[in-house]
Design a protein around this ligand. Sequence first.
Ligand code: FES
Length: 107
Amino acid sequence: SKVTFHHDGGLAEVVEAEPGISLMRAAVHNGVRGIIGECGGQAMCATCHVYVREPHLDALPGMSEDEDEMLDCTVAPRDDRRSRLGCQIALGGDLDEIEVDVPAGQV
Ligand code: FES
């Protein structure tokens, strides 16, 4: 799966990820700036917060209650439509390609 991480200022990092891993893991494995994943993917830290770009919103998995609650604790403001936890987005399947904006801060 191809994942594009857009940063403030227009820089983007593109990574190739194995299907089945989460967007957070893909970021951490590739040293993508601004995605921390402190809790290891348990939807308990919100340091993997991303804003998913419009064309990919429909392909996202549904949101659990835990994720929904944790998204109220992000450092950067929550966007009702585009905010998701990267650790709860499994790549592959319908999500062969995704583009996200990385918040300016996670902690
Ligand atoms: Fe902690 Fe996603 S890694 S909430």
